[in-house]
Write a protein that binds this ligand. Structure first.
Ligand SMILES: *Cc1c(COP(=O)(O)O)cnc(C)c1O
Length: 430
């Protein structure tokens, strides 16, 4: 089967634009190779230090006592993330479950959770819940919650944070990635500054970071700059496209143990848990993750450059520093948004024939349209796009196990916009 597009004339024009976007971002793309290379070496050295062997991949059944593969995987993750301990498990059903487990692990009735980076990711709203909501949410259990909104320009409101921290403030919550919001993601250096500042105000607070989408986009992780506890999903960055399910928690030994008691039971913690057949994909996924994250971020950079050329507002801009996978493009109208997401789906190797439509997803407060033609259901290190169908109609795209797929995806999405006459390609766009 030879490469040929159904409308080669238009495609050639779009491809030329994408090639120009690549040219423009040469320096940023080279930097991505550097970050991927260093993180790859870091992961390999950790595997070597812990003498990872074939027998670690076999997995256990039943209680899973003395599963060396599980124990070593925890140690490798802890090492790679510069943390004292880690808990890496297929028993976490999603990122939300993993984050919830970490928070429930360290918070007790009467403690306060204070998010300093504004409203957290949509699916966490119900984990936080309301007092007396009857769901067993944090607030239903008597943990109190407050958040300090970000300032207009996306900076932290330090006056507000200082005023909000009080005697019962136990956990400071930070979300590294933008999630579904039009704000900058926070770099690891910025997170380090936040840790220093909140601990200067109240030395005994625990700092928690929702690290979803951030892993391996920089040379260091939040746990290397003083964060006590962080969590993420294995069907995002660190699973390297291979992990079939799961999540990880990393941080201080004490905080990770508290989370492990919450995941299983007090007294049992992380010492039990059959890994079944999941270990090889978790190890190999972690091995591949730095490279795949590099491919995905390259896709985001070029997409930003391309859509900016066409007059759309993007966040982050193509030349801005990157600390997560997500590329937001503001479309300003539902038709553009839907065409874009449907175009991303059409570029998939899996389920390209399916046309996504907006729907009321569990955990989300607005209809959401999602393109996810993925090998792992909802796996978003794979090329995918999500968009809450609400003003101002922003699409969030992320992932791409290969850069070539990400490029094909942005071109196919653009092709849909052109075909539906939502974007007009001028003969001499520069
Ligand atoms: C994806 C994500 C989550 C939740 O993960 P799910 O696997 O969708 O439950 C939480 N926070 C952020 C920033 C995310 O990107």
């Amino acid at each position: 089967m030879k490469w040929q597009h159904e409308d080669q004339g238009i495609w050639d024009k779009l491809e030329k634009l994408a090639n120009e976007a690549e040219e423009l971002a040469q320096e940023q793309l080279r930097h991505r190779d550097y970050v991927a290379e260093r993180n790859q070496w870091k992961v390999i050295r950790s595997f070597q230090k812990h003498q990872v062997s074939d027998f670690h991949f076999s997995g256990s059944t039943g209680y899973g006592y003395n599963d060396r593969g599980r124990e070593v995987l925890d140690e490798v993750y802890a090492d790679v993330f510069g943390a004292e301990a880690a808990l890496v498990r297929p028993h976490f059903v999603s990122g939300t479950h993993t984050i919830g487990t970490a928070l429930f692990g360290v918070l007790r009735p009467g403690d306060e959770l204070l998010y300093i980076t504004g409203t957290p990711y949509d699916t966490l709203h119900k984990v936080i819940g309301k007092p007396g909501d009857g769901t067993g949410s944090l607030q239903d259990w008597g943990v109190t919650y407050r958040e300090v909104p970000l300032l207009e320009g996306g900076d932290l409101d330090w006056a507000g944070i200082e005023a909000a921290i009080h005697r019962n403030t136990k956990v400071i919550g930070i979300q590294r990635s933008r999630g579904y919001s039009w704000r900058a993601s926070f770099t690891v250096a910025q997170i380090g500054e936040m840790v220093a500042k909140v601990k200067a105000i109240k030395p005994d607070v625990l700092v928690f970071v929702d690290n979803c989408y951030g892993e391996f986009t920089e040379l260091a992780e939040p746990t290397e700059v003083g964060v006590d506890l962080m969590a993420g999903s294995l069907i995002k960055n660190p699973g390297g496209g291979l992990a079939e399910t799961g999540g990880y928690i990393a941080g201080t030994a004490k905080a990770v143990e508290a989370a492990a008691y919450r995941l299983t039971a007090p007294g049992i913690g992380g010492e039990v848990g059959a890994m079944l057949g999941t270990l090889r994909s978790m190890y190999q996924g972690l091995f591949l993750a730095p490279h795949l994250v590099g491919q995905a971020v390259k896709g985001s950079i070029v997409a930003a450059a391309l859509f900016e050329k066409l007059g759309f507002e993007t966040h982050p801009r193509w030349d801005a520093p990157r600390t997560d996978l997500i590329q937001a493009v503001r479309f300003g109208g539902p038709d553009h948004l839907i065409a874009f997401v449907q175009g991303i789906q059409q570029a998939a190797a899996v389920d390209a024939h399916v046309v996504p439509e907006p729907w009321d997803m569990p955990g989300y407060e607005h209809p959401v349209i999602m393109a996810a033609g993925t090998f792992i259901q909802g796996g978003s290190l794979e090329l995918s796009a999500d968009a809450p169908v609400r003003e101002p109609y922003i699409a969030y795209m992320q992932g791409g196990l290969t850069y070539a797929h990400a490029k094909y995806g942005m071109l196919t999405a653009l092709f849909q916009l052109v075909k539906r006459e939502l974007v007009v390609i001028k003969p001499h766009t520069d």
